[in-house]
Each structure stands twice: as C-alpha cells, then as structure tokens.
Write a protein that binds this ligand. Sequence first.
Ligand code: PMP
Length: 398
Amino acid sequence: SSLFSSVEMAPRDPILGLNEQFAADTNPDKVNLGVGVYFDENGKLPLLACVQAAEKALMDAHKPRGYLPIDGIAAYDNGVKALVFGTDSDVIKQGRVATVQALGGTGGLKIGADFLKKLNPNAKVLISDPSWENHRALFTQAGFEVGTYRYYDAATRSLNFDGMLADLKAAAPGTVVVLHACCHNPTGYDITPAQWAQVIDAVKAGKLTAFLDMAYQGFAEGIAEDGAVVGEFVAAGLAVFVSTSFSKSFSLYGERVGALSVVCSSKEEADKVLSQLKIMIRTNYSNPPTHGGAVVAMVLGDPKLRAQWEEELAGMRTRIKAMRRALAEGLKAAGVKQDMGFITTQVGMFSYSGLSKDQMVRLRNEFGVYGTDTGRMCVAALNEKNVGYVCASIAKVI
Ligand code: PMP
C-alpha cells in the first residue's frame, strides 16, 4: 500500500461546489447568489478607481520587491488601527494595540486562533448558530473544541437574542466568543447597540475572550458607525481580538489583504503579544505579500484616495440597500403573500431568505437561481437586470 492509501477524499467546499455547478449551467437567465462577492450594477466584479490610482502610482515608482517585515507594512498596520479603533483612539495613543498584516480576514482569524491556543490551550470556542462556514473549521483546525451560541431562530425568522445572552452567560471563563462585528454572515441580522452592551457585560462578567470578526466594515451604516462596536469593547476595558478583511471593502479578494489587532492592557503587554504573533506568522509563511497591502496603505494614507475610497464604499453600500428594497418590493409585486420586509432590515451582503432547502434546490434546478441550501442569498449580486427574474423565480417556489 502507498503512503497515501488511507487518505480519504474530503467533502467539497459547498459554496465552491455551487460555483462549479453554476458555471456548467446552460440557462441563459442564470443568477449566482451563492458566493459572497459584491458585483456592480452590470454584474461585474468592480476594480475600484482608488485601487487603480494607487496601483498606477506603485507601478510608476518601480520599487524593488524585498521582504516585508514579519508584521507587514507599518503604514498599513497603522491605517488598520485608525480604521478599527478610530483616529483619536486612546488605545492607539497609548500603544496598547498589536496589529499585524494578515492574509485576508481568514489569515487574521487563524493567527489569532493559533496565538489563543498557545495562550489558553483548554479554552473552548463559541461561534454563532449559524455562522460563516469557515469559523468552525478554522478554530477546530487550530485545536479548539468549537460549540455554538444561539443566534438565529428559523421558526420566527428573527434573532434569538435571549438565547444568545443565556449561552454567553453559561460559558466557562476563558471561552473564546467569536462575534460578527457587523453584517452577520450568513443571516444579515445584526444585534442592536443596546444588545451589544448586554453582550459586553456578559463577556466581562464571565471573563470570556471576545474575538470580533470584522469582514464588512462600511457595508452596514458606514466605516465609523460599523467600527463603533469595537470602541465599546475597548471602553469596557476588555482585551479584545479583531480580525479585519479588506476583501470586500476594497474589492481585492485575490490579494489577501486583512489584519489582526489585539487590544492589550499596556504598551509593554502589546509589545510582547506582537512578538508572539510574529512567531505565528514567521513559522507559517514568514511574512506577508507586498502588493495588496501597499495598495490599501496608500489609499488609507492619501487624503484624496481615501475620500475616493469612502465614496466608492458608500456606493456599494447604497446599491446593496437599493437591491434589498427592489427584492422585497419585487416579491410582493410577484404575488408573494408572506411579509418579506425583513429583507430590508437585514444588512450587509447576505439575506437569510427563510426559504427551505427544497425551495433552494428548485430555484437552482428549475430557474438557474443559485443560493446556498440554507436559504442564504447574496443580495450584493443582484442588479436592475436580474432582480425581476429572481423575484419571479422565488414567487414560483414559495
Ligand atoms: N469572516 C467572515 C464573516 C466572512 O464572511 C469572510 C469572507 N467571506 C471572512 C471572514 C474572510 O475574509 P477573507 O476573504 O478576507 O479571508
């Protein structure tokens, strides 16, 4: 027998599998609402104008391509800090935040997970039920036992906040709680500021460790508005982990631009934590790649490009909201009797439609409308041209 004869075939990634099926579908009206990617009004993946301008400047500079520092480009890390904690934040002034450039939001989560495992090997991890598919896999791979806290209630098609709070209050001290900072994936339901305050109290009282996953900053209400929740954890005196992803907000999916920030209680502590995060990076991939980080650092640091980015991000946010309204109104017009108004109260790129697996399969097979079996649809892939067809198709399976 060969070295690999006992290796089993791993299950296919459900979303990537859906993409393959979509690519092979010959239906001319097909619409892909499966993958979490923002498409513009023409159904195209945008290349932001601020990114093009930064890339042009970088190309013209013809810089040599040496290694980056292990923790990435300093201007990038500082830009992330300002975005996540606010420009005038005390924790930054006091040097209490350790930030490293990471390979996307996923990379930030993994560096944080590996560091947490070393710090507290017996801790458990809690993720929301449901959560982004990769949360469970990633923290399991890092050696953690992963459980869930209640979040979405399918029966009432709304949040089960009492259940969430009860589960957090029942968690053992040291438990790592993964929280979606905004634009919850997959449901699209966020908790309110008043509910966040209760979550923060529970985290503090229960001596839990909060890990905020910030993959969609700027997609709910705005950059500062969406980031405000981080400030609330900091104000409560908590040591919090924050992963950042620029995949969506810069439309730089393939460049793998993200970060991990860890808030500590002193500069001395932050320096030590940073030294440990650097070991995690050094022993995995040594140091991050240059291009995406250089682009983002330049855009964040240049007032003109920065203003342009904020405008383009606002454009994406506004278009998604318009598509949510078009979807809700279109379903009504197509004769759907049940109230679909929740689509417009949800935020971010996704909508939990409340459709069953059977309905989602019918949408796919009979109409070429692709969402996940859980009923998740990416509203950021809707546009004026396809939303009518999507509404008519949904109306036929409901
Ligand atoms: N967290 C959540 C909640 C996400 O939705 C995503 C992206 N789908 C990520 C993290 C990972 O982002 P990235 O592609 O930057 O690794």
